[in-house]
Each structure stands twice: as C-alpha cells, then as structure tokens.
Design a protein. Structure first.
Length: 357
C-alpha cells in the first residue's frame, strides 16, 4: 500500500480509503451494495483492510450511513485509535446544526474525527455553508476546540470545490470522479489552488457499476494517476477489500484515454461522450452533465435509480433546449457534444418508460 500526504495536515493516508456505506445495517438500501452486516462481520471486513495497509476510514453521521459511524467507532477502539485516520461528515449547512452534528458524531464514534466534512454542498446550499455563522465557521470553531482536527468540504460540483480550495478555513476536500467521469479530475489537475488541500475522491467505481466493464486495477489506477490524496472505495466484503488492495498494488502505466473508455461502452449501448467537466451552463439552470450521467447509469445497470432521477424535470429541460437559440452550453463543451440532440435522446428514452413509483 502506498501513502500520500493529506494536503498540509501533516497526515499520511493510504492511497485506498475505506468507504463505510456497505458495512451498515438497517433499513437504508443505499448504493452501491447493501450487505446488512452485523458488528462482528463489519469489524472483520475493516480489519482485513487495515491488515492490508488501509489507514483511512470514511463515514457519515447516523442515520445517513445507517449505523456505519457506530461500527467505525467500535473498530477504532478495537484496533487502536491512533492507528487510524477517520473522516466523517454531515449534511447540515447551518452553523448551529453542524456544531450539534459534530458533537453527536464524536459521541457515536467514541472519539474525535480527524477530518469532518460539510457533506454534499450544492449550488443551493453553498452560500449558507461559506457565509459567516455557516457550517464552515462551525467546523473552524470545533477545530479550535479540538473536537475535530481538520475541516472539510465535500461536493460533486467543481465550482464549489474550487471555492473551498480558495478558502483558508478549509483543510481537506472530497469530490467524485472515475475513468468515465474524469472531467472534474482533469480540471482539478490543472488548478494550482488544489495543491494546498488534501483531496479524497469517491465514486471511483461509479456507484459500483464500472467493475462490470473495466478491471478494478484500471479504475483505481486511473484515479490515483491524478494529484489526489486517497481514492475512497466502498467495501462490504473480504473479497472486495482484497480486490481493491490488490488492484492498488498492480495499478501502473497510463490510464486508458476517454475515447478508449467510450469504445468499451459502445459494445453495450450508445454512450453520450460527456466526461462531466461541468463547464456547460444552461440559461434555464438545467444540470446537463447530471442528466447525461443518469443516462449513462441507466444503461450501465442502475435502471430504476437512474430513471427515477431522469424523470425529474427532463421534459421541461428537453423542450427548453430545443427552443433555445443561443445554446451557450455548446460553446462551452470541449467535447463538441450537440447538447440539444442528446437532451432529445434522453427525453425519448424517458417518455417511453412507465411511471416510476
């Protein structure tokens, strides 16, 4: 296992981080896998990862990740807290709510969190998070108090991660990316501000879909070829841990090009050549890259989940796209995608499907 600096925190973290979603037990059928593990089973899986060199464990407040936070606390007590780096998170944007969430997480863990993230910051919540008295201010105060060691911003949006990279209060960032959705990783690689922060990347397997099409060592090696601190992999079985850790050792050489990735997927369906760089901006506010992502996921194996999300406003967006004369999104797209045509294709797919309950 290789280790990398977590920005300027002084911490060294394993190149593979343990994502704890799959170890939860309860009634939350989260993606990518839902194993309903007991405490004993969960601790065995986490220990196997530790014995293979993993020292970074990423979780979230109960009940967002079910009881995974509680299990991680038990594991930290069992294996030795000083031997682990724990990152935790909560989806609260108000400072008072975040303050209370961190105190709750520390009780659940039975210890401190090395990094605590404001989770899934989006365009609607970012100003509340970053403004005076927001969640980031709360984390900064909690850091000063010693309840957490470092502050973090987690988001699927490049512009928000860039805002975090430019903010002196933020120590660590968490974003998403993989060999298909590599546009944001390419932009991060080009921007010097990100070199000042620790950077964890999730969705390396794209919600568990990509291992059916590409070797795990290719998926992990592609993400680790970027200037990041750790690739977070959701692991719920001993075999999954062994595969990820083994792939980390085998990963070498240049990752496949985007066109090579598309050529593999073209054997199964007609992919939209979007790498989610997020440069396209729609006057209506449609997240074009998100719609294209759900289209890909529909064909990659998450039919129900992707279709349910695609039905949210796609008709309005597709019709607006057909009427739009300016089409600024096409000027912004480095891939040269004919966005109105592709939006129409997605709408035709969705309109031909039965209602999603």
């Amino acid at each position: 296992m290789g280790y990398r600096a977590l920005g300027r925190t002084g911490l060294l973290v394993s190149e593979i981080g343990f994502g704890t979603i799959p170890i939860l037990k309860g009634s939350v059928p989260v993606l990518p896998d839902y194993y309903n593990l007991s405490d004993h089973e969960a601790l065995s899986v986490m220990e196997h990862a530790f014995r293979l060199g993993c020292n970074l464990y990423d979780t979230a407040i109960v009940p967002e990740y079910g009881d995974a936070e509680l299990k991680l606390g038990k594991f930290a007590s069992f294996i030795g807290r000083e031997r682990l780096v724990i990152s935790d998170k909560a989806r609260f944007y108000d400072g008072n709510e975040m303050y209370a969430a961190v105190e709750t997480s520390c009780k659940n863990l039975g210890t401190w969190a090395d990094v605590y993230f404001v989770h899934q910051v989006d365009p609607d919540s970012q100003d509340e998070v970053f403004e005076k008295g927001g969640a980031l201010d709360a984390l900064t105060e909690l850091k000063q108090r010693g309840l957490i060691r470092f502050t973090g911003i987690a988001s699927h949006y490049y512009d928000i991660l860039l805002r975090g990279a430019a903010d002196c209060r933020v120590d660590v960032l968490q974003g998403s990316g993989n060999l298909l959705e590599r546009g944001m990783l390419d932009r991060i690689k080009e921007e010097p501000l990100f070199r000042q922060k620790g950077l964890m990347i999730n969705k390396v397997y794209a919600a568990g879909l990509l291992p059916a099409f590409f070797p795990v060592e290719t998926l992990i090696g592609t993400v680790l070829s970027y200037p990041i601190s750790s690739a977070l992999i959701g692991m719920g079985t001993i075999d999954q841990v062994s595969a990820a850790m083994g792939a980390c050792r085998k990963a070498s050489g240049a990752p496949p090009s985007f066109s090579q990735v598309l050529s593999v997927l073209e054997k199964e369906y007609s992919p939209i050549p979007c790498d989610r760089c997020q440069r396209c901006v729609c006057p209506l506010g449609t997240e074009i890259h998100t719609i294209f992502r759900q289209y890909q996921y529909y064909f990659l194996g998450k039919e129900y989940w992707a279709l349910k999300k695609l039905k949210l406003g796609i008709e309005e967006s597709a019709k607006f796209c057909q009427r739009c004369e300016a089409m600024p999104c096409m000027d912004m797209c480095p891939m040269g995608i004919r966005i109105p045509d592709e939006m129409g294709r997605v709408w035709r797919l969705v309109s031909g499907m039965p209602p999603v309950m």
